[in-house]
Design a binder for this molecule. Structure first.
Ligand code: GLY
Length: 566
């Protein structure tokens, strides 16, 4: 039977309409969906405690304090009292801000403190033991949040944390493996004696009575309970006995700083991310704005072209990161230029899909990332629509490995995030410059990228990840996965990732999701691929607000990460 032409046209139009709608219709959720509030973090205990605080009537900021503290108990790998972090928030009325509770160099620090008499970097002095420790910022951070936005009494928020430390946590397989992997180094740093339960096996319950005592004091006395008096005295003497530099004066002088976040548009998204001394916001801004003119969504997800485009933008952005960025209280950062349209267009002017740009003469593999890249991130949305995105860290796994038996927590090795010597890579292979050189009371440059995304003026995504230098690319890829490739939050978090950071001039791929043909084709275009090292890249914990206002969690399948809400 012959169809009349008009009927055929109507069918074609209908088909086109359906196709267009399919592409623009938001992806159905595949992660946990809740009606009102959610916490996604590296540990179920922490997500549960954060969510419970909101159920009791607390807001996202109360939940931030609770989740941060619960991670100290449940995830000592990166959760911390002896480290620092960054928070970006967006209140339900659209007001946004950022908090810097990054560690600082002690007063005794100086530019060449990690160099020997010949001017060479002394191996491990900035990564291991007491000499690596920066002045911790975490307690100042949570207290600043609580003072400005908290609604529940501090002691009520701390109650379940102290209970958790006293009653104990059950060791997961991932955790047991981590204990085993660092046991020797923890013993070495702590002179073969530690009360930290490094011999624990899967399903053992570990209790932290010393930590519970410390937490009780902080709950009662707030900021000064940690930075002045008994804890400060114990902490400073302990670090100095072990050869470190931190004094009671360093602790007494520490303050968290509220900072204006980096805010920019990517198509119809508004992205709010952390400003210096984190490089996260500036670098993700540069990467996404360099990509924007190319419509990356027209290339398939993780296809050769999309990898090339992302890699070349990251190459240029990390080169700027390493040269220009540092603590804004010490370093003039030309943000207007670095984030300007003309500058970023010009940066990509020599990009070609035909062949890779060369970063430098440093050959593949000459710089290695020496250690797992650990930090932790959590995302929170409360029933009022307040959103909190926090990344916090000890830097390396269990930081400097220095553990105070008396106080019950690890100390960071954040001093390694400074540039100990211009041109010499740190443990993430990042090369620094004068902007990130060491000075007393200066904050070391970070890659932490706690981020909140608005779509059409409404809260859309809360996102972040651990992963050292790979944090920025992992967050950027997760946003692109959700926005350009229309993935659900859980799919966007789970999708395979890759990373490039200018130097070393290699692209790193996760073990799964990238075919040999793809890798060979990239190699033929001049990309140097690190094939020996295919680590996991980041552990993203994120929340997406669905069109009907419900929340979808994205808890990274790469770890024990869990979304909890109601
Ligand atoms: N310690 C890792 C970072 O702040 O980037």
């Amino acid at each position: 039977m012959k169809r009349p032409l008009s009927l055929l046209l109507s069918f074609s139009l209908l088909f086109l309409l359906v196709l267009t709608n399919c592409k623009s219709r938001p992806a159905a959720p595949t992660g946990l969906v809740t009606e009102k509030a959610m916490v996604v973090s590296a540990r179920e205990e922490a997500s549960k405690i954060g969510a419970e605080i909101m159920k009791k009537g607390g807001n996202a900021f109360d939940a931030m304090v609770a989740t941060e503290m619960a991670l100290v108990v449940a995830y000592p790998f990166a959760g911390n009292l002896g480290g620092g972090g960054f928070m970006v928030y967006r209140k339900s009325d659209g007001d946004v801000g950022g908090l810097d509770y990054r560690e600082k160099a002690p007063l005794a620090a100086h530019k060449d403190m990690y160099l020997d008499s010949l001017g060479n970097v002394i191996p491990e002095m900035s990564t291991k033991g007491a000499t690596a420790v920066g002045v911790p910022g975490t307690v100042a951070g949570i207290m600043a949040v609580h003072e400005k936005f908290g609604s529940l009494p501090l002691e009520e928020i701390f109650e379940p944390i102290i209970e958790l430390a006293e009653n104990g946590i059950v060791v997961t397989e991932n955790q047991a493996n981590r204990f085993a992997a660092v046991k020797d180094r923890i013993l070495e740093v702590n002179d073969s004696v530690t009360t930290f339960p490094i011999d624990c096996k899967v399903n053992d319950t570990v209790r932290y009575p010393a930590l519970a005592r410390t937490m009780r004091k902080i709950a009662k006395e707030g900021h000064d309970g940690f930075y002045k008096g008994e804890i400060a005295k114990t902490l400073a003497s302990f670090i100095q006995e072990k050869g470190g530099f931190i004094t009671e004066e360093d602790l007494a002088k520490y303050e968290a700083v509220w900072r204006q976040p980096i805010i920019f548009n990517y198509k119809d998204l508004k992205i709010i991310s952390m400003s210096p001394p984190s490089s996260g916001g500036v670098t993700i801004n540069q990467i996404l704005k360099m990509i924007e003119p190319y419509d990356i969504g027209d290339f398939d997800h993780n296809s050769e072209k999309s990898i090339q485009l992302f890699t070349e933008a990251a190459r240029r952005a990390y080169a700027d990161r390493n040269y220009y960025l540092g603590d804004p209280d010490f370093t003039e950062i030309p943000l207007d230029v670095l984030l300007g349209k003309a500058y970023l267009e010009n940066r990509m002017a020599d990009f070609s899909f035909e062949k890779a740009t060369k970063s430098s003469d440093i050959s593949e593999g000459s710089v290695q990332m020496a250690e797992s890249m650990e930090t932790t991130h959590y995302s929170i949305v409360d029933a009022q629509g307040n959103a909190v995105s926090v990344t916090t860290t000890l830097n390396g796994a269990y930081g400097s490995k220095l553990y105070s038996d008396e106080l019950g927590f690890f100390l960071n090795n954040e001093m390694d995030d400074f540039s100990a010597k211009a041109g010499v890579p740190n443990m993430f292979g990042l090369i620094g410059a004068e902007a990130n050189s060491i000075a007393p009371e200066k904050r070391m440059l970070s890659s932490m990228t706690p981020t909140i995304v608005e779509k059409e003026g409404e809260l859309w995504m809360v996102v972040g990840t651990p992963g050292g230098s790979t944090i920025i690319t992992a967050v950027a890829q997760t946003i692109l996965n959700g926005y350009e490739y229309n993935m659900s939050m859980q799919e966007a978090v789970n999708a395979p990732r890759f990373h490039h950071q200018w130097l070393p001039d290699v692209v790193i791929f996760e073990p799964e999701g990238f075919s040999n043909d793809l890798i060979e084709s990239l190699k033929s275009k001049g990309y140097l691929i690190n094939e020996e090292r295919t680590p996991i890249i980041g552990k993203v914990d994120a929340i997406r607000v669905l069109a009907d206002g419900r929340l979808e969690g994205g808890a990274d399948k790469r770890g024990d990460d869990t979304a909890v809400g109601f």
